[in-house]
Ligand binder design. Sequence first.
Ligand code: GTP
Ligand code: MG
Length: 171
Amino acid sequence: MSKQLSFKLVLLGESAVGKSSLVLRFVKDQFDDYRESTIGAAFLTQIVTLDDGSTIKFEIWDTAGQERYKSLAPMYYRNANCAVVVYDITQSASLDKARTWIRELQRQADPSIIIALCGNKSDLEARRQVTKEEAQKYAEEEGLLWTETSAKSGEGVTEIFNTIARKLPTS
Ligand code: GTP
Ligand code: MG
């Protein structure tokens, strides 16, 4: 018997790190060089098939990173099963912002939430400001999943959602 479970996933992170681009790549396998900054939040869904043939449905809240929307975030992470906190590997300040989001999730979100830290724009290696070692060490200390992605090339994008899907409770 195949069954389908639904899980709520929230994306958080500074404006312009590529949250909406990651979701667009994951859901539609597309990329835009000129994306409008998100207003409020956007909702999308995607289904992932696990190794045993069962499927899970992600209900994705892509939040707006601009400071003026910050107070809305708790509405989206409150009942989330998983969170992807995104930074831009070419902007070290965006990792500081990601740490702030992670602290907030650790204090305010459901204690069982699965948190993945995601360094996006890995295609821009020449402009890298955040080393893999630094981010990976921090993720290990905090017990987070960690990976780098490029919404532009698609590298690592499916993998991060699949890794989260495999960690979710299926019974
Ligand atoms: P807010 O909605 O304001 O919070 O921003 P966001 O995090 O959703 O960022 P968005 O997806 O809108 O992307 C911002 C800019 O970065 C856009 O111009 C994208 O084309 C670009 N971008 C996103 N991901 C990548 C990537 O992996 N590589 C490169 N080179 N550019 C990217
Ligand atoms: Mg956006």
